[in-house]
Design a protein. Structure first.
Length: 289
């Protein structure tokens, strides 16, 4: 619940669990005259586990600068509880680059939500390995760059994409980008590349999962949004959804049903990333929604 983006801040915390964490954090915020409007927490075990917390709070009466608030929190609370923590301010719109191939449904869902103000991001550019979607993207007033890529030119194409991105992108969304990024590329954006995979992972990893699902006679199909790692389709899962199917559904039917799942699942995952609702814990995620 973001009351006013100009005055909303978010604090994400991960640390060893022990008594007193919630009290210490909220007392610190109280002494700096901020009002907590959301607080979510999770512990992995009743005793001796790992503790996670997300707070959203309002700062209109805050007298410290952002940097000073972060420094004070780290000194007073963070060090005491051995915390990994992040402090974000909703007024800072993250910059989201989008990679896409020929399928436009996931891309258009993101652009439409961005245009309506539902996604508080800036979109510096869309990169595609095909030219087909240029007109659609530029119709939203977004820069479109065509970077062809194949096995022989993969390294050069990735270098070109990195040069186009420069320092313009805080994170990347693969909106049905049908090329595998190299480990070297992925390493430049740790936990900052979100992919939509057209199956309910870990089932049907890799190419053409709807054909794989049809061949197995599944009764459920799904879509999965996850962070990209160097292991294909193995990154921490952010969001999933499914739809029931039957023997009457052919592969084109599965693809049509899947497109709607992909759009909704990716849009939710991106929004939760933008709103700092996700904490990565190993190869899992804690998602506070």
């Amino acid at each position: 619940m973001t009351v006013d983006a100009d005055t909303t801040a978010r604090l994400l915390i991960a640390c060893p669990d022990r008594p007193g964490i919630v009290s210490a954090v909220t007392t610190f915020l109280y002494h700096h005259d901020v009002n907590v409007t959301e607080l979510d927490q999770h512990a992995t075990d009743p005793e001796g586990g790992r503790f996670f917390m997300r707070l959203e709070f309002q700062t209109p009466r805050l007298e410290l600068s952002r940097a000073a608030l972060g420094q004070a929190f780290g000194d007073v609370v963070g060090k005491r509880f051995d915390m990994d923590w992040q402090l974000h301010f909703a007024a800072d719109k993250p910059r989201m680059a989008i990679f896409v191939s020929k399928h436009d449904h996931a891309l258009m869902e993101l652009l439409w939500r961005w245009q309506r103000g539902e996604l508080r991001v800036d979109i510096p550019l869309v990169i595609s390995n095909h030219p087909d979607l240029r007109e659609a993207v530029e119709g939203f007033g977004v820069r479109f760059e065509h970077v062809p890529i194949d096995a022989a030119t993969h390294a050069q194409a990735e270098q070109q994409m990195l040069e186009l991105l420069g320092d313009q992108a805080d994170f990347i969304v693969l909106a049905r980008y049908m090329r595998i990024l190299s480990p070297e590329f992925v390493a430049r954006y740790p936990q900052r590349i979100i992919n939509i995979h057209h199956s309910f992972l870990p089932a049907f990893i890799g190419a053409d999962p709807y054909q794989q699902a049809y061949d197995r006679g599944v009764k459920l199909i799904g879509a999965t949004a996850h962070y990209v790692t160097s292991d294909l389709d193995q990154g921490p899962i952010i969001e999933q959804n499914t739809a029931r199917v039957s023997h009457r559904h052919e592969v084109p039917d599965l693809r049509a049903l899947g497109r709607d799942l992909e759009r909704q699942v990716l849009a939710r995952a991106v929004r939760w990333h933008v709103e700092h609702r996700i904490i990565v814990n190993g190869n899992k995620t804690i998602v506070f929604v």
